[in-house]
Design a protein around this ligand. Sequence first.
Ligand code: SF4
Ligand code: SF4
Length: 57
Amino acid sequence: MVNKDTCIGCGACVNMCPVGAIQFDEDGKAKINPEICIKCKTCEGVCPVSAITIKED
Ligand code: SF4
Ligand code: SF4
């Protein structure tokens, strides 16, 4: 999930997601589509403010 309070809308995660699972929502914050996400955690690593947490289930 993306913490909308800390996301600064930099777009790094959107650009780096290998499957295109992240888009900006209407607030300009990143939003992950769980139907597409393969939980590779690339986005977690590239986010400059650590706004993303990928949960294993
Ligand atoms: S964990 Fe991987 S597949 Fe899922 S949103 Fe992040 S970069 Fe994309
Ligand atoms: S990399 Fe982090 S700060 Fe940048 S858009 Fe994604 S969640 Fe927001």
